[in-house]
Design a protein around this ligand. Structure first.
Ligand SMILES: *Cc1c(COP(=O)(O)O)cnc(C)c1O
Length: 389
């Protein structure tokens, strides 16, 4: 097959003329940061998700930090999460002094296994962070029951899953708190950006204060009355604010979520149509009750049917200018996590998943000619390496 000249990335943003106009309007306005567009963006997030409250923050990582903080995680508290995620999910637990406890995945979907979560619960467990891997949802029917039975806070890392639904409820309105990322590779973008949604007023107020150094101007909360200029820092927050410029882009992008979701899912349908019956790989399954907006299209190589490992397939596709990627090295296998005491073998299915996973390009601007090229190259490659019996 002829190799393309230009690399097809695995993901990229879709910025249109009206997005650019929205940002330039913000630049010409009186506010560059904390102005009217922050609240307007938060209102749009509430409308899209159905959540009561939303707080826009500087990125998906600070959204996770704020949620773990609001959940009241203190040094020594255990928080159960999946190893099959970006390190930021588990890092947020460490920022609060908590201990990440990794529960293994369901191999077919890549989602955290509720049975493993239940096994990992101890007297010190305070919360669960579930991650909607690839845009598919976790089994929230079971996870919510476990959280309720054991008095745990359930946080959903929805960096991949804005626009997805579970049991007819929008992501953002399912768990105690939901965190989003608006990095350019995610479904909608603000450059850098993130948000937390919740239906709980107490969490909402804590997160809003945390975003702004832990400072309040609320008369009912102040310890002194020094006049209308007066504010007090109540706790150790940070500057995790999102700018008006970024919120302008976010408002404009959120209006396109339905269209972006539809295009992403059409690309996924095409991948399934071409790949479902191909020997040497399998596609991941959708969780029951979930209607995903797909963020990634992971394939799992059937390594026992092939004469090669993932690395060879990966390099061959990259050499054909196809920007495949790998999601993810199980978090506890990173050197930092090993240094703080984690060992390999904790979650064997996640490790096996990692060994055989590849993510194919998926983003709204991927053309049908590019999709066909990706699939043709992949099939040709697998045919070459399929074991003869
Ligand atoms: C992208 C991502 C994050 C972090 O978001 P940033 O906006 O890059 O800080 C967290 N969790 C998951 C699963 C992600 O994919």
């Amino acid at each position: 097959m002829d190799i393309r000249d230009l690399m097809i990335p695995y993901g990229r943003q879709c910025i249109e003329e009206d997005d650019i106009v929205a940002v330039s309007d913000a630049l010409r306005s009186d506010f560059l940061t904390t102005g009217p567009l922050v609240e307007a963006f938060e209102k749009s997030i509430c409308e899209v998700t159905g959540a009561k409250y939303a707080v826009a923050v500087s990125n998906g990582t600070t959204a996770l930090h704020a949620a773990v903080y609001a959940a009241g995680i203190k040094p020594g508290d255990e928080v159960i999460t999946t190893p099959l995620t970006f390190a930021a999910t588990a890092n947020a637990i460490l920022y609060c002094g908590g201990i990440p406890v990794f529960a293994d995945i369901i191999f077919e979907t890549g989602q955290i296994d509720p049975k493993e979560v239940e096994k990992a619960i101890t007297k010190k467990t305070k919360a669960i962070i579930a991650v909607d891997y690839a845009g598919n949802c976790c089994d929230y029917l079971l996870l919510k029951k476990i959280a309720l039975d054991h008095g745990l806070v359930l946080i959903e890392d929805a960096a991949h899953s804005i626009g997805s639904k579970y049991d007819n409820t929008n992501v953002g309105n399912i768990c105690d708190m939901t965190t989003f990322s608006f990095h350019p590779v995610k479904t909608i973008t603000t450059g850098e950006g993130g948000a937390v949604t919740t239906n709980n007023l107490e969490y909402y107020e804590l997160i809003k204060r945390f975003r702004h150094h832990g400072i309040t101007r609320d008369k009912d909360k102040l310890t002194l009355d020094e006049g209308s200029w007066y504010y007090e820092q109540m706790e150790l927050g940070n500057n995790y604010r999102l700018t008006d410029i970024q919120c302008a882009l976010g408002i404009s992008q959120l209006k396109k979520l339905d269209r972006f979701s539809q295009v992403r899912n059409e690309i996924v349908d095409y991948y399934h149509k071409r790949l479902d019956d191909i020997k040497g790989l399998r596609c991941i399954e959708t969780t029951a009750l979930c209607e995903p907006t797909w963020h990634l299209f992971p394939i799992i190589l059937s390594l026992d049917e092939l004469d090669v490992d993932r690395r060879i397939v990966f390099e061959a596709l990259r050499n054909a200018n196809i920007g495949v990627n790998v999601h993810y090295l199980p978090v506890y296998l990173h050197p930092y996590y090993k240094q703080i005491g984690y060992q390999s073998g904790i979650c064997q299915l996640a490790e096996k998943f990692y060994q055989s996973e590849l993510s194919l390009p998926l983003y709204p601007l991927l053309t049908s000619e590019e999709q066909k090229y990706v699939v043709d190259c992949l099939i040709e490659l697998l045919m070459k390496y399929l074991k003869k019996d």
